[in-house]
Design a protein around this ligand. Sequence first.
Ligand code: NAP
Length: 278
Amino acid sequence: MILVTGATGNVGRHVLAQLREAGAADVRALVRPGATHPHDGVDVATGRLDHPDGLDAALTGVGTVFLVWPFLTTDGAPAVLKAIGRHAQRVVYLSSIGVGGPEEPADPIFTLHADMERLIEASGLPHTVLRSDTLASNTLGWAEQIRGTGVVRGPLTAATAVVDPRDIAAVAVRALTDEAHVGATHLLTGPEVISRPEQVEAIGAAIGRELRFEEVPVPDARARMLADGRPPALVDALLSAAENRSTSTLVTSTVEDVTGSPPHSFARWARDHREAFR
Ligand SMILES: NC(=O)c1ccc[n+]([C@@H]2O[C@H](COP(=O)([O-])OP(=O)(O)OC[C@H]3O[C@@H](n4cnc5c(N)ncnc54)[C@H](OP(=O)(O)O)[C@@H]3O)[C@@H](O)[C@H]2O)c1
């Protein structure tokens, strides 16, 4: 039995769908109580990663876990790993490409995933780490601005090789179903480095509208986000990418090496998700 956490999320939903397409017999989705989920006919267990005491029922009979950690701190993670270790033999963890890089110490998201990787290592559970570059699905957060004004305003985060969540999921499915990936750390990127203005342009091409990106200085963005009532730690995490990350030149062949198929371009992702921006 494979348990998919984050099963309603950008990556987890594709992990679940692709496991089913691949014919994996025993797959279970962990969803929060009351959450609606997009998977008919799948075994669903309710539980919360921030309430590890309640996870044993979801983990009963589970051998392998696809683990996402959707929090800003590792609080509670040792207890979750302990619960997993009482049942499962293997974990595939969705981490970040910044772990181990020069920008890790200054970036709360990179630091979080580095700490999670250390905790997983210390747990003794056999594991595979998927270090993902920026997800293409982050741009869904622009949909309202695109529909409303055609101008995306935000901090100018450095360009990265943005990756399609479907490609992360495809690698995850291989890692979840083939023990040969135990001990591996896969660095997963899209096929090309692409800036934010280029992403906006690609979405414009996908929906047949001219769109543009307008940079907002980080201090202005911070003031707006705090005024909107967002927690300061979240604001710091969201803005640290714009403040601290430099343009990445890293493009890996790992998606194709592992799955046999080249990663989707951002333009392709945008075409396949055009309805979200109309
Ligand atoms: N965004 C990026 O560019 C990027 C890059 C590298 C790595 N990552 C990492 O990838 C991971 C997943 O990203 P994503 O875009 O798939 O995230 P996402 O779409 O926000 O999904 C998060 C998932 O976690 C679930 N969740 C939230 N709180 C939970 C709780 N207390 N208990 C159980 N489940 C809970 C959510 O369920 P609900 O639907 O109920 O909220 C959702 O299914 C994150 O850890 C992120 O740090 C992201």
